[in-house]
Design a binder for this molecule. Structure first.
Ligand code: XMP
Length: 329
């Protein structure tokens, strides 16, 4: 793609000029498309003077922190720090079940952890031979986000408080750098491919910042996390195996905070319920539930009930957006 090649050249020159020969940049990454593409672009422009930070909030999917680490470091050569803040997040979330409270706690902890990490990396970056501490913050803002924040000031913006990566670390005085701010999502994918990022990453479904925290309805405990992780993993694996991943915009398993009765073997059980959700959408503002065939749902349901301890029923969510939202909290 010749236009994109031109974009890359121009953007690399712009970043280098902006940051200078000694400037240091920090940015949060999630393993998602936008932050990975932005990070790779920074790596191409300034190498290890770009510091990526992955905050493991303990609410990521099965093996996710490790696989993001491998992809970003070994795969893309990005200078990455992974912070395992699981304990801290789970402690702060103890006893909390109200969805907006969970979001606020997760968002607040994220900003604190990121800020502490930024200060630490910045302190280490000072001193010879590499003069200068960190003075730039990378944000993976896309064009639609720019438009939304200009035109979207009404109450509709706060139906759910979406926290996106990158609360500005206070008392560091960081300047913002946004290399994707002129691009739409499909262009970010083309750019990602051009930068050598794998197809599977470039086409990854979005995953919300609060992670499994808003897919475990009610209180988040290590036990609930285990169930949600295993069920989600089976669902996504079956979607991949059936060749359906790219037909679906977003899919996940949610863990409901209720118990139902079932029979396993010859024993009566009273266990939890998993809800599967899969949607097709172009803009995530409206969405339709995905029409799986019966055999597929049967296979997923039987695997989850048999393989995930603590689950005796599986439901499929057939609610469109609106009136439903994509997430269940
Ligand atoms: P809803 O549930 O509002 O989701 O229909 C629309 C899209 O936004 C994602 N989402 C979030 N992303 N923080 C995020 O970073 C959040 O709190 C959040 N809530 C929803 C959701 O996964 C879907 O892609």
């Amino acid at each position: 793609n010749w236009t994109m090649a031109e974009f890359v050249d121009k953007e690399l020159i712009r970043i280098k000029a902006l940051v200078g020969d000694e400037g240091q940049v920090i940015g949060a990454v999630s393993g998602g498309v936008d932050s990975t593409v932005a990070a790779k672009l920074m790596k191409e422009a300034i190498g290890d003077r770009f510091h990526a930070v992955l905050v493991d909030n303990g609410l990521l999917r099965l093996n996710e922190a490790e696989s993001v680490r491998t992809t970003l470091t070994q795969g893309l050569g990005i200078n990455l720090t992974v912070v395992d803040a699981t304990e801290r997040f789970l402690t702060a979330l103890k006893g909390v079940s109200e969805p907006e409270s969970k979001r606020k706690i997760i968002g607040g902890q994220f900003i604190e952890v990121f800020q502490e990490t930024a200060l630490k990396i910045s302190a280490e970056a000072v001193g010879p031979p590499k003069a200068g501490k960190i003075d730039w913050l990378l944000q993976g803002t896309l064009y639609p986000d720019v438009i939304e924040s200009i035109s979207f000031k009404g109450p509709s913006a706060t139906i759910k408080t979406h926290h996106n990566v990158g609360g500005l670390p206070a008392n560091m005085n960081l300047k913002i750098i946004e290399p994707l701010r002129e691009l739409f999502k499909d262009e970010v994918r083309i750019l990602g491919t051009k930068l050598g990022i794998s197809e599977s990453l470039v086409w990854r479904h979005p995953f919300p910042g609060p992670g499994l925290g808003i897919r475990i309805l009610g209180e988040i405990t290590p036990q609930q996390l285990r169930i949600a992780r295993q069920a989600d993993h089976i669902f996504i694996q079956e979607i991949n195996d059936a060749g359906l991943y790219r037909n679906i915009s977003q899919a996940f398993a949610a863990l409901l905070p209720v118990k139902a009765v079932g029979v396993m073997g010859d024993k009566r059980v009273h266990e939890q319920v998993i809800a599967l959700r899969a949607v097709e959408t172009t803009d995530f503002m409206t969405a339709d539930w995905y029409p799986f065939d019966g055999a597929f749902l049967k296979r997923v349901s039987s695997r989850i009930v048999n393989e995930v301890e603590g689950v005796c029923r599986v439901l499929y969510d057939v609610t469109s957006k609106p009136p439903g939202t994509i997430e269940m909290e």
